[in-house]
Write a protein that binds this ligand. Sequence first.
Ligand code: ATP
Ligand code: MG
Ligand code: MG
Length: 463
Amino acid sequence: MSQFTLGWEEWLSLPDLGLPAVRAKVDTGARTSALHAFAIEPFGSTKKPMVRFAIHPDPNDPHLEMICSAPMKDRREVTSSNGETELRFVIETTVNMGERSWPIEVTLTDRGSMAYRMLLGRTALDDDMIVSPSNSFCQPELSFDAYHGIPRSERHRRALRMAILTREPENYSTRKLIAAAEMRGHSMEVIDTSRCYMNIHSVGGEVHYDGRRLPHYDAVIPRIGASITSYGTAVVRQFESIGTYCLSGSEGITMSRDKLHAHQVLARVQIGMPTTAFARSPKDSANVISLVGGAPLVLKLLESTQGKGVVLAETKKAAESVISAFQGLRADFLVQSFVKEAAGEDIRCFVVGGKVVAAMRRRGKPDDFRSNLHQGGTAEPVRISRQERETAIRAARTMKLDVAGVDLLRGEDGPKVLEVNSSPGLEGIERTSGKDIAGLVIAHIEAKVAPKPSRARAKRPPG
Ligand SMILES: Nc1ncnc2c1ncn2[C@@H]1O[C@H](COP(=O)(O)OP(=O)(O)OP(=O)(O)O)[C@@H](O)[C@H]1O
Ligand SMILES: [Mg+2]
Ligand SMILES: [Mg+2]
């Protein structure tokens, strides 16, 4: 192997950290290597600890700031040249220099007052490397200009600390969201909604779990099951009160869960839907039936999901007996005109950040008017019309949901929204569309929690 010589100062890049140019001092008198870092913050789960930090790679440009993250390898006591001992985070990262590329261990420390943002110690040098202490830049020189080509959003693309609130850690959607987050360098913890407990006080609240207070998360993904809507939204509200971005807000979850509430809110902004009526008193049954145009009609329990509480009554008599059965159970329900022309099919529009990112048509079993996949239906990708697209986007926005599964029927006179789901499943839609929907969801969160460029910082000093 040809000889690899380093001078006492060299340019290098750290691709894992997204740093294209760093000027380092090579110091064989030091054992460990060190990288300048401030705002150092450990995060991630105990299984996969991470650390994130900021760095000013160019000592002469305090406005150039990069945010980096890396898996944490260790925490170690390091004694620096001035004799002070400091507990430092240790990461492993790849160094590129000239034609060579190799992994090194680096400790993180504030070198803000030093001319070299990096110190390359002897453990970072391979056996065949030779240091020539009287020479500078034996390897190709780089320039800090490399940073100016990186868009601001990328420079500040922080690794996020996220949590997913769910009672189903193993289901497809949960696993996909975790994988998509980790692939993009974030950490995602799974929190069982029902095991969160809270402490409410006027100066912001706290969320506790397993005997400890939960840390601050950059974002929380609520996937609250219908069985714990009320408690689940209380947990979400608590996260909101401490300033955590929640992918679906408590208000959106509450509104969308209650079909009646949802229909009332959607009707207010003239979103198409089947004619819907509701009543509580048995005396009003006949009137309610005629309000929606008589049989056939659809009866729905207000909190039904997966098509479980949805019944088609073909005759007025059948409708009356189902209504009296629901009333006997003291279950709240609504009565809806039957959209026959939908022919047992509905369209699920998956909305992320104000866009329909995928759509599928679901068809029920031959003898079922319900198209729910959970009832044995099938799904296929579908092209939706502009009107359908706009309706879905508007429905999600009205329900205050950044991510939503909007279900609609193709009625004679345009799309009719059936419901807006606040934690739509990913499996069916990813399978039919072939798209990485989980990745799009995570990208949306990144954009939402990205630091807003402040005018003062974005401006560069004169000269
Ligand atoms: N008014 C209607 N006219 C025709 N078909 C309907 C009507 N309402 C519901 N359906 C059919 O029944 C299915 C289930 O209804 P809906 O989506 O309201 O219930 P759900 O139990 O909340 O289901 P999900 O699992 O989608 O949350 C719909 O996907 C649709 O195919
Ligand atoms: Mg539903
Ligand atoms: Mg539905």
